[in-house]
Design a protein around this ligand. Structure first.
Ligand code: GUN
Length: 283
């Protein structure tokens, strides 16, 4: 069984981003990310901390803007517009989820697609659906999965890929990127009947739901590649994915650990997207 080591591959991606950051700096461009945090969602606090730490490693300037949880959609949109207009800012990341009173799609729509380092704006999502040659600012987790599989030379073309989870953040973009690479895609979601009948067919099973042990060993075939994108905190305080890692490891050809798998790749690919944005904006 191959352990898909996200930590190791992420370090490589970040080192490459740092090389490109140094080139930009020698040309007078100081790549900068602004993270907008609304409220104090505990998971968001952890994720933002990881993003800011990696920026330091990659030599990227970062600014952490906090807004009160009582803000309106208009308040956040005004903040985003100011960042769009600031030529010293290359990446804008509005951490999700936003409070219930905020219209999230309107906030996403306000972000300049060139500074959309999450790849969540309609322009960037629409463009990537056209094909691999149109993928540029891709959502970081989906990009991270693709790069992790590439690194371990696990081919996607012609494979049965089953994506469990159909969110705009992970499931839908990852399904599109797999389709762009010639896989046959099944996307399962909360309304799917008989989940196991789908997961058992998977050559590559990607799971991004947020439910510990959703996928058990009886739900996968021998030789499967499992990409576990779930993050769940157990009662013991430890992090767990959405799959039964121990039991599935006995059947799988390859599997990602949690932690140390896809999560690390997400943050690394954010660094790559900031570099792409800084390059695009500085020509
Ligand atoms: N919340 C959970 N994942 C993400 C992400 O990748 N980007 C943003 N902005 N918010 C998130």
């Amino acid at each position: 069984m191959i352990l898909l080591d996200g930590k190791k591959v992420a370090a490589k991606v970040i080192a490459q981003a740092k090389v490109e950051v140094d080139v930009l700096k020698s040309a007078g461009v100081e790549p900068k990310l602004v993270v907008v945090q609304v409220g104090e969602d505990p998971a968001s606090v952890v994720y933002i901390g990881q993003k800011l730490k990696r920026c330091i490693e990659a030599g990227i300037i970062s600014e952490h803007m906090k807004m009160d949880s009582s803000v309106t959609t208009e308040d956040i949109v005004a903040r985003v517009h100011a960042l769009n207009a600031d030529s010293g800012v290359h990446g804008i990341l509005v951490q999700l989820p936003l409070p219930a009173q905020v219209n999230t799609p309107l906030v996403m729509k306000a972000i300049d697609p060139k500074k959309d380092v999450d790849g969540f704006t309609a322009y960037n999502v629409g463009k990537m659906t056209l094909g691999v040659e149109f993928e540029k600012m891709t959502p970081c987790t989906a990009q991270g999965v693709i790069e992790l599989l590439d690194e371990y030379q696990i081919p996607v073309e012609g494979k049965e890929v089953v994506m469990v989870g159909a969110s705009n953040v992970v499931g839908k973009p990852l399904a599109i990127m797999m389709l762009n690479r010639g896989a046959t895609i099944t996307v399962c979601h909360i309304k799917t009947r008989d989940l196991a009948s789908h997961t058992r067919r998977a050559d590559i099973l990607c799971v991004a739901v947020g439910k510990r042990n959703l996928i058990t060993a009886d739900m996968v075939k021998d030789g499967v590649v499992v990409v576990d994108i779930g993050i769940n905190r157990g009662e013991d305080g430890k992090l767990y994915g959405d799959t039964d890692f121990e039991a599935i490891s006995q059947k799988a050809y390859a599997i990602t650990p949690v932690p140390g798998g896809v999560g690390q790749m997400t943050v690394a690919c954010l660094m790559s997207n900031i570099v792409k944005a800084a390059k695009t904006l500085s020509v």
